[in-house]
Design a protein around this ligand. Structure first.
Ligand SMILES: Cc1cc2nc3c(=O)[nH]c(=O)nc-3n(C[C@H](O)[C@H](O)[C@H](O)COP(=O)(O)OP(=O)(O)OC[C@H]3O[C@@H](n4cnc5c(N)ncnc54)[C@H](O)[C@@H]3O)c2cc1C
Length: 428
């Protein structure tokens, strides 16, 4: 059986579901396919192990789509402060105050009520699935994997594993970092595997919900604290992220929770509140990956299918939402002008907007990665000078915060120039 749509979106993760909701609201006929089942939420269940820091820019977009109120009604934790510091030992460590160059970004200095929210991925995805399915022009195909793609002159067609064919003027690959649509469309990637992986640990700690998220940088990788919601009985949930070598994380993952708890208390900075339970842990490989093109004929890529970045500043899905928002407006404009949705000039406009913006964020993350994952004294000095300068210059600091919040599109020039000089980034 063949069904026809304006746009077929493969992948209903956070980004694909957002795009479907947005296009559905504009009256496009959308087929939304995902190999997984519908996400679920139960207020009595512990948090999803995957959480994301959503920027103020993403909050605005999710509000436009009608998803934000639903997210707040489930669970979301605002944070008003974000702290970053260097934890590397150096010859003068014992003589200098601890965290000499700690930088704290504070919403109050930006006249904002908060810097962002920490939200469980399944909460965001469920709210977006609900928004998409509330649109009469969106048809969802859940539990179906796409197994083949034809990308012709006049239409593109995907075939599902039950033999159903879905055709569209455009097929969108929103199927994540290992995108099958990307490879079936013959789009290659540049890829760089980092030496570090990320282990996420769901914990409970003593005390009320904190309003700060922080990250201490060690030569083996950052260690971060992301506050979640109240667990009752004067306890709160949080997510810890521990970046380290794959070998070290494999060792940590194999430990009993009581032994792991002792390792965390030993390895994390003293800012860590008193932990009472470890509830879940999982590790994720991390890589910088960028599709060589975002578009091939009637196929276009969004989100992790187009780019993955180091998650150390939590920007991946925020960039994906910006892709979705941009593609939505390009397609609305194409429709208004009566042109084919796969018009090469229009899709080139999407890539022209999104590629440099995604690349800029990749460069910034790589700058942090290279600068901090390093024990050599000159780099130690440089990063502390950098943090010290950020501390001393509220204007520069606030610009970095606004960039990370999705309020400003441009990185401060000094960071952009430093990032552009990193080796191996020319090909991005
Ligand atoms: C440790 C860690 C921490 C992170 N923290 C943050 C953060 O704080 N803030 C942030 O912005 N980002 C963060 N990220 C990044 C963020 O998680 C990703 O950028 C985001 O999940 C990508 O969403 P997506 O919808 O593009 O892809 P995905 O979430 O990968 O969704 C892809 C979807 O496609 C479906 N699919 C795949 N293949 C097929 C097929 N053949 N047929 C049908 N369906 C298919 C899958 O089932 C899935 O639902 C983090 C990442 C990691 C690893």
């Amino acid at each position: 059986m063949t069904q026809a749509f304006d746009v077929v979106i493969v992948g209903a993760g956070m980004v694909g579901a957002a795009l479907a909701a947005g296009l559905g609201r504009s009256g496009f006929r959308v087929g939304l396919v995902d190999q997984g089942g519908a996400p679920s939420f139960d207020a009595a269940q512990p948090p999803d192990i995957r959480v994301s820091a959503l920027s103020a820019g993403s909050e605005r977009y999710l509000t436009e789509l009608g998803a934000w109120q639903e997210i707040l009604a489930m669970r979301a934790t605002p944070y008003t402060r974000l702290a970053v510091w260097d934890e590397t030992d150096h010859p003068l460590s014992s003589l200098l105050p601890h965290k000499i160059a700690e930088v704290v970004f504070d919403a109050h200095n930006l006249s904002a009520s908060h810097l962002g929210h920490i939200v469980e991925n399944q909460v965001t995805q469920l709210a977006l699935w609900n928004c998409a399915s509330a649109q009469s022009t969106v048809t969802q195909f859940t539990g179906h994997a796409v197994t083949s793609l034809t990308n012709n002159e006049d239409k593109a067609t995907v075939t599902l594993n039950d033999g159903t064919e879905l055709t569209g003027e455009l097929v969108v690959g929103a199927d994540g970092a290992n995108s099958g649509i990307r490879s079936m469309a013959g789009i290659g990637v540049t890829r760089d595997q980092y030496q570090q992986q990320a282990m996420v640990i769901s914990v409970r700690y003593q005390g009320p919900v904190q309003d700060i998220t922080w990250q201490g940088f060690y030569p083996s990788g950052p260690r971060a604290f992301l506050p979640l919601y109240s667990a009752g009985n004067n306890e709160s949930w949080a997510s810890l992220v521990w970046y380290d070598s794959p070998e070290q994380l494999a060792r940590l993952k194999s430990l009993d929770n009581s032994v792991l708890m002792a390792e965390i208390q030993n390895a994390f900075p003293s800012d860590l509140p008193l932990l009472t339970h470890i509830d879940a842990k999982a590790s994720f490989p991390i890589a910088r990956q960028h599709a060589r093109h975002y578009v091939n004929n009637r196929v276009v890529l969004v989100g992790d299918a187009a780019h993955t970045i180091n998650p150390l500043a939590g920007q991946g899905v925020n960039l994906g939402f910006q892709d979705a928002r941009c593609l939505q407006s390009v397609l609305r404009e194409a429709r208004r002008a009566g042109s084919d949705l796969a018009n090469p000039g229009r899709l080139a406009e999407y890539e022209r907007h999104r590629r440099p913006a995604n690349r800029r964020m990749m460069l910034a993350m790589d700058l942090f990665y290279h600068l901090f994952s390093n024990r050599t004294p000159p780099l130690h000095l440089l990063r502390n000078l950098g943090l010290g300068a950020a501390k001393a210059m509220p204007f520069a600091r606030n610009r970095v915060a606004k960039y990370a919040m999705g309020i400003d599109d441009e990185l401060p020039p000094v960071i952009r120039q430093l990032a552009e000089r990193l080796p191996g980034l020319k090909q991005l």
